[in-house]
Design a protein around this ligand. Sequence first.
Ligand SMILES: C[S@@+](CC[C@H](N)C(=O)[O-])C[C@H]1O[C@@H](n2cnc3c(N)ncnc32)[C@H](O)[C@@H]1O
Length: 325
Amino acid sequence: MFLQKLSRQLLTANTVLNVNTLRCLNYGLNTALGKTETEIIEKWKQKFAKENIDEIESSIKHILHHVIDKRETLTDKKDDQQIILTKEQINRFEQLCECRMARMPVQYIIGEWDFCDLVLKMVPPVFIPRPETEELVELILQQCDDKLTMRFLEVGCGSGAISLSLLHSLPKAQSIAIDQSEYACKLTLENAKNLQLNNRIKVIKHKLTNESELPMIEGKLDLIVSNPPYVLTHDLKKLEPEISLYEDLRALDGGPDGLNIIRSILTFASKRLKLQGHLWLEVDPSHPSLIEEYLQENKSDLNLKFVACYKDMYGKERFVEIMKI
Ligand SMILES: C[S@@+](CC[C@H](N)C(=O)[O-])C[C@H]1O[C@@H](n2cnc3c(N)ncnc32)[C@H](O)[C@@H]1O
């Protein structure tokens, strides 16, 4: 009950986006803290360890820096000054640590997260952007000329991470972002407004299917990008509680072979990409060869060419580049 109430408070909290948040994380935990604060942190470290909570140090750092007014307190502190928390800050810190004990992802607890060069607001159950997806954005940017105008579509925008970081780096680009989830659409729009990118993005609540025509999108597109739900339904039971308890599983479940939404995206891309326009997908490592085969088998219908597959930072085949021919 307490946790539900706290989660609701977190959801309604008007989070101020603060670029300093993550920069301040280099600030030492024990060296700069008072005795009471150090003892409290030590207590939580032990509690987390007992419950097998992942990434204990970083969870505590993020929560601590969220509780302290980062700009006023941390940035003005000299190195040898101790940080003394107020009673309210200690209470808040302990409440948020309780949330982490209940396996709430730290991104939802602190209500924001870094992605590429942006700080994005995070609200459960909207999918938390993963570090691999930053690599997808980098791959796309390597091939885009930032001086050219272009129009792209993102299927399944979540918090807006991909669309907004592309728009941020491509000042002449325009984006259409669709998502089946109303929460995701609202969050993408809110993040776009916070980053002053809302004049170049159109967010549409829409569930893409094989029949989707999207008449509200005029003309053909230069690029389509998606990090779709691609987890094989069978693999969903292996997910960590942080994901299965707090994130919308419709953001992850790609059906029996993980390709349900990907097939719809391929059909849509074949109709709506410009000639030589590109489709970029983040996928499960089992998918690139299946997608290549599927495109070969349906070549005359789809007219899509498998260009390349790229590995992620963990050495897994994760990103697929496809071109309309
Ligand atoms: C894996 S998340 C990716 C979110 C975001 N692009 C990112 O990388 O952080 C997939 C997103 O696709 C949305 N989605 C799932 N099925 C969809 C469909 N058929 N049409 C549109 N959006 C869909 C989910 O709601 C979710 O927000």
